[in-house]
Design a protein around this ligand. Structure first.
Ligand SMILES: Cc1cc2nc3c(=O)[nH]c(=O)nc-3n(C[C@H](O)[C@H](O)[C@H](O)COP(=O)(O)OP(=O)(O)OC[C@H]3O[C@@H](n4cnc5c(N)ncnc54)[C@H](O)[C@@H]3O)c2cc1C
Length: 438
């Protein structure tokens, strides 16, 4: 039966993605114009879309795949995050350790899948196996750190404790009272990684950028309507993350939360001593009100804090100004002499959480499939989920696919305004009770 899904909202990320801005300008985009016919259309070229399209292209060399995004590859959320490719990761709240271990097998495979592509195609993305330190600066953070250690033990991740002196040796600041160091996580320049993944797709995968899909018509195949043209496809994969609900998929199952980050200009030689001497590092906060902090390979500080309920999926000037204030405050508390350093970009991005560590994965309607990465470690779980969805579509089974299929489906959530109220309440509670962790 013929049906039409009209996008209620399209991506409009606005504020400049600092990672993207530090890269050279990309070559002009190919966009959807006229009528394009393809076997498979993948909507969304973030980590999920890039991996599902690549794997479909590799497994079905005689088929054509169109990968289409509303923006440039690397500009959206997958290119505007903190660049932690996590495995052996805990957020400290796991109740079901069997689920945690299953998730972790997927994340570990995700890191290796991305590593393999990066190495094979020599993707220049500042890949580093530095790992991560989970950090706390006071009593609330230390309590979270204890839960987190329990979570790491539950999934079998080895770790070591770092005291204040040890944290100072790495970061140059005595702000952190304690840390937990765990290896296994890679750090990347996320926009460069995404651009590299987009530039190294198999020949039978055509990438179309700056091409928002405003409508999907179904009935004997699919017709995707973009501003200047259309794609007709036999099968469609939705990999457009929190925008899936705008096309009527996974509605009411994913909590959209927006996070903000800033990237400073590269530190000068004489400033490096303040941040531990200049060796890169990656710090993940134990507290939900804490800051993710990196010193990047090119010697910039990345400061990521500030959460808001993200149903709007875009940011106004006031929200970005608020984030700048918090990012500066985060820098000032750690490195007072760098408080006024120039920021080369401040931006927001929206990601999805579920209430049960669940997934959106598989066929949603005849011929219409979806893959979305949510919750903890979304880049690595998304990379492997994309690959595994393509495997499933091509009839390839594996223990990892079985792990993926054994994860619970994302559970239904209360509707707005209740959900908005609950999320805002939790954010405010963390902001007031754990303000020292910012
Ligand atoms: C500040 C910040 C820090 C983060 N840090 C980390 C981290 O360190 N590690 C980690 O694992 N995760 C992190 N995340 C989360 C992670 O980036 C995301 O969960 C993940 O990138 C989502 O990938 P995706 O492929 O599902 O979606 P996306 O990257 O959002 O890709 C979806 C794509 O779909 C496109 N799209 C949407 N609708 C349409 C349409 N109608 N037509 C065409 N295209 C469309 C969008 O333009 C977008 O490019 C962070 C997120 C933020 C915001």
């Amino acid at each position: 039966m013929a049906a039409v899904r009209k996008a209620r909202k399209l991506p409009s990320d606005g504020a400049k993605n600092g990672w993207y801005e530090t890269l050279p300008a990309p070559p002009p985009a190919q966009h959807v114009a006229g009528t394009i016919s393809t076997d498979w259309a993948v909507i969304g070229a973030g980590i999920c879309g890039l991996t599902v399209a690549r794997q479909l292209g590799e497994l079905r060399p005689a088929d054509s795949v169109a990968l289409v995004d509303a923006e440039r590859v690397g500009y959206g959320t997958s290119g505007r995050n903190a660049g932690f490719l996590l495995k052996g990761h805990s957020h400290g709240g796991e109740k079901d350790m069997a689920l945690g271990r299953r998730n972790d097998r997927l994340c570990a495979a995700g890191v290796e899948h991305i590593r393999d592509i990066v190495m094979r195609h020599q993707v220049q993305c500042d890949w580093s196996d530095w790992g991560r330190i989970y950090v706390a600066s006071g009593a609330p953070g230390e309590t979270h750190l204890e839960h987190l250690a329990h979570g790491l033990e539950g999934i079998g991740t080895a770790y070591s404790l770092v005291d204040r002196d040890g944290m100072e040796a790495v970061t140059g600041t005595r702000f952190y009272s304690r840390g937990i160091r765990a290896d296994g996580t890679a750090l990347v320049q996320p926009a460069a990684l995404m651009r590299g993944l987009g530039a190294s797709l198999p020949e039978n995968v055509a990438l179309y950028e700056d091409s928002p899909v405003a409508e999907i018509h179904s009935g004997g195949g699919f017709r995707l309507v973009c501003p200047d043209g259309e794609i007709s496809a036999r099968q469609v994969v939705l990999a457009n993350h929190v925008f899936a609900e705008e096309l009527g998929v996974a509605r009411g199952r994913v909590v959209p939360v927006s996070l903000f980050a800033s990237l400073t200009r590269p530190l000068k030689e004489e400033e490096l001593a303040q941040v531990g001497g200049g060796g890169e590092f990656g710090l993940l906060p134990a507290s939900p009100n804490g800051s993710t902090v990196r010193l990047t390979r090119d010697r910039r500080i990345l400061m990521r804090n500030t959460l808001i309920y993200g149903r709007a999926k875009q940011f106004d000037g006031g929200q970005l100004e608020g984030a700048v204030v918090n990012h500066r405050e985060g820098i000032r508390r750690r490195w007072p002499d760098l408080a006024d350093i120039e920021l080369d970009g401040t931006w927001g991005g929206t990601l999805g959480f579920t209430r049960n560590g669940g997934v959106v994965f598989g066929e949603m309607a005849p011929g219409l499939h979806a893959v979305m990465t949510t919750d903890a470690a979304p880049l690595t779980r998304g990379a492997i989920a994309g690959k595994l969805l393509a495997d499933q579509l091509c009839g390839i089974d594996s223990p990892l696919l079985q792990d993926m299929l054994a994860l619970p489906k994302a559970a239904l959530l209360p509707p707005d305004p209740f959900l908005r109220f609950i999320v805002n309440h939790r954010i405010r509670k963390a902001e007031t009770g754990e303000s020292g962790e910012l």
